[in-house]
Design a protein around this ligand. Structure first.
Ligand SMILES: [Cu+2]
Length: 77
């Protein structure tokens, strides 16, 4: 399932790596796409939303919104 999180506090590539690694600790097979400019983290994972949200929280960032089941094919850049 694809879940889209809005995350506060990400400001650089270090943050991107921290969030990505935090999610991969819970699901090594997760696909994680981070868009720094918009603060969006799109995760394709079989893990429950709560688990993924907790992983981001534990990494020190704040999830402000969650949207699951969204179709996110090719994101425009
Ligand atoms: Cu950073």
């Amino acid at each position: 399932m694809t879940i889209e999180f809005k995350v506060n506090g990400m400001s650089c590539q270090h943050c991107v790596a921290a969030v990505t690694n935090a999610i991969r600790e819970h699901d090594a097979a997760a696909q994680v796409q981070v868009d720094l400019a918009s603060g969006r983290v799109v995760v394709d994972s079989a893990q429950p939303v709560d688990t993924l949200k907790a992983a981001i929280d534990d990494a020190g960032y704040t999830v402000t919104a969650v949207a699951s089941g969204t179709a996110t094919g090719g994101t425009a850049r």
